[in-house]
Design a protein around this ligand. Structure first.
Ligand code: ZN
Length: 542
């Protein structure tokens, strides 16, 4: 219409400095184990929050570009803007042979200096995370409080750092926070509500029509009759572990975040506040049941509905918010079902690749006493045992590298020296085209990484023997684990889809630019993504 034309011209001619004012609330949502593959599979079926986010800026190929695609490193990339080589969070845990305690395993989010701490019973802490998280940057720029609520301590801590104004995660006894931090009454209420849900007797959930075709029991190899595929996410009947693999777990995290957000009056202050949500149920579903059964179908449709309700509450309160949603890593289905569905090479890892087994074989050949190798998994960071004498270490390492490289399930094995000497991936290189060495280099920390790093071939599931609750996992250097969606949304924005790859380290500088906070590019690995679909630039004016 005629009277609209001047307004349109004015819009298109607007300089970047006239961009929208900073949102009052930045919301980072991490959906644990939401691969780009699952997003592609379900995106047309979403009608709630995950449908709304697709009206914004959609980057379907976001990369957790590093090799060790685990929860702790993945969450650390999201709000630091840096890869594991810079954050120091190379894995969920690593081995420190010099640790002054019997347990040499260091959990990524523990303070091992606390007396009596072990990697399993520890004091949660952000001491291992290097670099500033977005919340620290918002605070330093004169405004902005941070609230973090997550289903896992490592997710909360890697997104919120040490200084979040309020930070809560689900622990063995319910929602908890750092030692010495106060928990408002809403936390005790959330724990009582969760306890009531957990205690409910088992009952089948209704199966959405979309999920019916996936509702089929598949037996897992060597698991004594355990099947996946038709779990129906029954209520938990007192099982706190199973509870985490239900949509109710995500609902509890969102409900607590909502209650605390209201109490803190986030989104109503001077600067941009930050709310980070770590939604972990999808990961527990993936581990317990794989990705292609009825369970994941139910979970993702429920998550979509929960997020829709959450956004609707923010809308009703008139809060000006911007959302980023991504994932810490992707995932892969259980090989028993994958083999039935066209992936004939899908297999479980050979138990002979476990560091203890491989080390015993090498020790036998070299006439040494085992153990000569230590490590948590049949891939990733593997360390020479502290007991191996200095003069034998080179020989043991050479034997280990040769043995891993010769195994038909191994794609690559790199030594610490090779990784230390490798250049960091070129800034211009697309993460989808990175070499395996590039990927491992982005996960490498000279003080924390293994003496060797082993990468398995595509489709090799690194769980040798599955069990109830543990049928499938992630952690590989391949796209099914490395590629995740990156979505941004703000009310009124013109949406677009950009299929070229971006990285999850780009999220922090993108959100910082929206909030008007300058980030020195030399401090981080990511770059600001322009969320303006036209000639405007949400990165330019800041
Ligand atoms: Zn995870």
């Amino acid at each position: 219409m005629r009277f609209l034309i001047p307004a349109l011209l004015a819009l298109s001619a607007a300089p970047a400095s006239a961009a929208a004012p900073p949102p009052k609330l930045l919301i980072m949502i991490s959906v644990d184990q939401l691969s780009a593959d699952l997003f592609a599979q379900y995106r047309r079926h979403f009608t709630g929050g995950l449908a709304r986010l697709q009206e914004g800026a959609v980057f379907p190929s976001g990369y957790q570009s590093h090799a060790a695609s685990e929860t702790c490193p993945g969450h650390a990339t999201l709000l630091t803007g840096s890869r594991p080589a810079r954050t120091g969070i190379i894995a969920n845990s690593w081995i420190d042979p010099a640790a002054p305690r019997a347990d040499k395993n260091i959990y990524c989010a523990e303070d091992e200096s606390v007396a009596g701490s072990t990697s399993l019973r520890y004091t949660p802490s952000a001491i291992h995370l290097r670099g500033r998280v977005l919340g620290d940057r918002l605070r330093a720029s004169g405004g902005g409080r941070t609230l973090v609520v997550a289903g896992k301590d490592r997710s909360a801590i890697m997104m919120g750092g040490a200084n979040a104004d309020a930070i809560f995660w689900w622990g063995s006894a319910g929602f908890a926070t750092y030692a010495g931090h106060a928990a408002p009454p809403a936390v005790a209420e959330a724990n009582r509500a969760a306890d009531a849900v957990i205690a409910r007797p088992a009952a089948a959930r209704p199966l959405p029509t979309l999920c019916r075709a996936r509702d089929r029991a598949v037996p897992l190899d060597g698991a004594g009759g355990v099947t996946v595929g038709s779990g129906r996410l029954v209520s938990t009947a007192g099982d706190r572990s199973l509870y985490r693999a239900t949509p109710g777990f995500d609902a509890a995290v969102i409900a607590l975040a909502d209650a605390l957000r209201r109490e803190m009056r986030l989104g109503r202050g001077e600067g941009s506040d930050l709310l980070a949500l770590g939604l972990a149920a999808s990961d527990y579903v993936g581990h317990a049941f794989g990705t292609q059964g009825a369970e994941m179908c139910i979970q993702l449709l429920a998550l979509d509905a929960l997020l829709g309700e959450f956004f609707a509450r923010l809308d009703a309160e008139g809060i000006d918010y911007a959302v980023a949603l991504s994932a810490d890593h992707g995932g892969l289905d259980a090989p028993e079902r994958a083999r039935e569905q066209g992936a004939t090479a899908a297999a479980r890892v050979d138990p002979a690749l476990a560091p203890a087994a491989m080390g015993a074989a090498i020790a036998g050949r070299l006439g040494l006493a085992a153990p000569v190798l230590v490590g948590e998994a049949p891939f990733g960071d593997i360390y020479l045992a502290p007991a191996v004498s200095r003069r034998r270490r080179d020989r043991v390492l050479r034997a280990a590298v040769a043995a891993y490289r010769a195994h038909p399930q191994v794609a690559a094995a790199f030594t610490r020296a090779e990784l230390a000497a490798a250049p960091a991936p070129a800034p211009s290189a697309s993460p989808e085209a990175w070499s395996l060495l590039d990927r491992a280099k982005a996960s490498f920390d000279p003080a924390r990484s293994g003496d060797l790093v082993v990468l398995l071939k595509p489709g090799i599931m690194p769980i040798a023997v599955p069990s109830r609750g543990y049928s499938a996992t992630h952690g590989s250097a391949w796209s099914y684990d490395r590629r995740v969606p990156v979505l941004f949304w703000r009310k009124g924005m013109a949406g677009f889809e950009q299929p070229l790859p971006v990285e999850t380290v780009d999220i922090m500088p993108t959100l910082a630019a929206l909030a008007g906070v300058r980030v020195d590019p030399a401090e981080i690995d990511g770059r600001c993504l322009d969320l303006d679909a036209g000639p405007g630039d949400t990165c330019a004016a800041r």
